[in-house]
Design a protein around this ligand. Structure first.
Ligand code: PEP
Ligand code: MG
Length: 585
């Protein structure tokens, strides 16, 4: 009889794909405990504070240098932000003043002052700010350690899977020196640095496991499945054999897929699909080109720039957009204007009770017209080679489109007057990601040149289910009949209105969903570059006629369960070998 296999399996959020097998290393950061301690010589205390700050800055500079090599400028910027805290004159002055007046140890005051910052951030309703509070903990411990003249010793062995509460960005970069094979963390979501960095560095990761450090012991053998978000502790022979097979298959699959690079994304019966990439990190640009992407269907401009401190000016934006457009030429690039707010950073000091229903995307931009104008001018200037399109996020009314068009026209007139080159016929499209836009697809198709369906948001808004809340993740259903019917309506109305309709939400990168999407009539998909080869393979393995039949059958079903079963059955009959192991639970 087979042993029950569920007992030694922990589940979390699959944060960076891939499978790793290795020894667990429980990483416990030395937390510096401080007590209230009176001192006499305040001058000496202030002096050692200054030394500790200098030392901490030097350490961070070193990590920053390493990070730039490993992760590129933008991600490494995290450490620059940490260094800035060490230079914050208000903070330093407060600490020095308090040491002098309260005559307490610098360790105690540093802990007390920096913890205040941390508390404000950890209580923020924005996930981004919450995540940053862990970075502050890192700096605080670093200064205190340096005040105590302790050394940070990395005792990590090579080739282990690190298991910990949370990982700071600094740890992550240092770990790459010893070839960490993967990460498991108790806390953190998809936007956590552990996840972002792991994805950038291509290291499998499962985050938000809650009780990982409780259940895993140092030296345990782990299987880390970053595709399904599973961690298997001390696997039995069957489990080990199964996962070794999966790793082999994944490697085989990657070799096979690499051969498709220059092949078109076309179904067996000849239906051509435009297969593009989404771009989130500028470092992905080479990867996009190497993987044979037919242009970029979505550039998340709020991600490629770090907008957390200030927005880039027109020149900086122009340089970035031109660089991307030239690299992809003659393929097209769709630049989306800043989609800030929601779960992304909002650069104003307000707390919204419902950020996803608040000041987000085009709403924020139309209330900050200069910001929008700067961005549109930069995009227009980058369109001189005629391979650029502009897209607007979070559109919910026709007025928003008309107002933006007026502003775009003003920008064109201004550039003309200045004798600057741009594409007079540049296409303007919108994300269809709010239910009102979906319902008004017919009307919107008269106003714009293209639609791109943002299923990440469309699903959350149609079903009233927060896309980032793990408590309701079961209700976040891409195969909900209301979602499938909405997609069908948007695609049909877009086509009737003679505009192109594509999809750039994560649903397009779900291997199970692709046949249904193509059957519904979508002829352009934009997915993250790393998933592109697998999606291409899927497209090349099906017939458009079969996909259409599948879509029609799904449209007549009334529950998510039935639709899921249908698409799964379709998949099983068409893909019997390699991709199967990615889907099986
Ligand atoms: C979407 O909502 O599907 C989308 C592509 O945009 P974002 O994930 O940036 O909100
Ligand atoms: Mg969206």
């Amino acid at each position: 009889m087979k042993k029950p296999v569920t007992k030694n399996i922990l589940s979390g959020i699959p944060a960076a794909p891939g499978i790793a097998i290795g020894k667990a290393y429980l990483y416990q950061k030395d937390k510096e405990y401080v007590e209230k301690e009176a001192i006499e010589n305040t001058d000496a205390a202030v002096e050692s504070l200054k030394e500790a700050l200098e030392k901490s800055k030097k350490e961070l500079k070193k990590i920053f240098g390493l990070a730039v090599d490993k992760m590129g400028d933008k991600r490494a910027g995290i450490f620059e932000a940490q260094m800035m805290i060490l230079d914050d004159p208000v903070l330093i002055k407060n600490i020095v003043d308090r040491i002098q007046t309260e005559k307490l140890s610098p360790e105690y005051i540093v802990n007390d002052e920096i913890s205040k910052y941390q508390k404000i951030m950890s209580e923020s309703s924005e996930p981004y700010m919450k995540e940053r509070s862990h970075d502050i903990e890192d700096i605080k411990n670093r200064i205190i350690r340096n005040l105590r003249k302790k050394k940070w010793v990395s005792r990590i062995e090579s080739d282990v899977i690190v298991v910990t509460d949370v990982i700071t960005p600094a740890d992550t970069v240092l770990f790459t020196r010893v070839n960490v094979k993967g990460y498991v963390t108790n806390f953190g979501g998809l936007t956590s640095h552990a996840a972002i960095v792991a994805r950038s560095l291509n290291i499998p990761a499962v985050v938000g496991v809650h009780d990982a450090t409780e259940n895993i012991k140092n030296g345990d053998i782990l299987i880390l499945d970053g595709i399904h978000g599973k961690v298997i502790i001390n696997p039995d022979e069957d489990q080990l054999a199964e996962y070794k097979k999966r790793i082999e298959k994944l490697n085989e699959l990657d070799t096979q897929l690499a051969k498709l690079k220059n092949e078109p994304a076309v179904t067996i019966d000849g239906k051509k699909i435009l297969l593009q990439s989404n771009l989130d990190l500028i470092e992905e640009l080479d990867f996009v080109v190497e993987h044979g992407s037919e242009g970029i269907g979505l550039v998340r401009t709020e991600q490629i720039f770090d907008v957390t401190n200030s927005f880039p000016d027109e020149e900086e934006q122009y340089e970035m957009y031109s660089k991307i457009a030239q690299k992809l030429y003659p393929e097209f690039v769709v630049f989306r204007t800043f989609d800030i707010g929601g779960d992304k950073y909002l650069p104003v000091d307000i707390k919204e009770p419902n950020p996803f229903l608040g000041w987000r995307g085009i709403r924020f931009l139309l209330d900050n017209i200069n910001l929008l104008k700067t961005q549109l001018r930069a995009m227009l200037r980058a369109s001189a080679f005629k391979n650029v399109k502009i897209m607007l996020p979070m559109i919910s009314s026709i007025e928003e489109v008309r107002k933006t068009k007026e502003i775009l026209d003003e920008c064109k007139t201004g550039l003309e007057r200045e004798g600057k080159q741009f594409d007079q016929n540049i296409e303007l499209g919108i994300m269809i990601e709010v239910p009102s836009a979906a319902v008004l697809s017919k009307e919107f198709s008269d106003e714009v040149d293209f639609f791109s369906i943002g299923t990440n948001d469309l699903i959350q808004y149609i079903l009233a289910v927060d896309r980032g809340n793990e408590n309701v993740s079961e209700q976040y259903q891409e195969f909900h009949p209301a979602v499938v019917k909405a997609l069908d309506y948007i695609i049909k109305e877009g086509k009737k209105g003679n505009i192109s309709v594509s999809i750039c939400g994560e649903m397009a990168a779900d291997l199970l969903a692709v046949p249904l999407l193509i059957g519904l009539g979508l002829d352009a998909l934009s997915v993250s570059a790393s998933t592109l080869p697998r999606i291409k393979k899927t497209i090349r393995s099906i017939k458009f006629e079969d996909a259409k039949r599948l879509a029609n059958q799904c449209l007549s079903l009334k529950t998510e369960k039935e639709i899921k079963e249908k698409v799964y059955a379709f998949y099983k009959t068409h893909f019997t070998d390699e991709i199967e192991n990615l889907l099986e639970e």
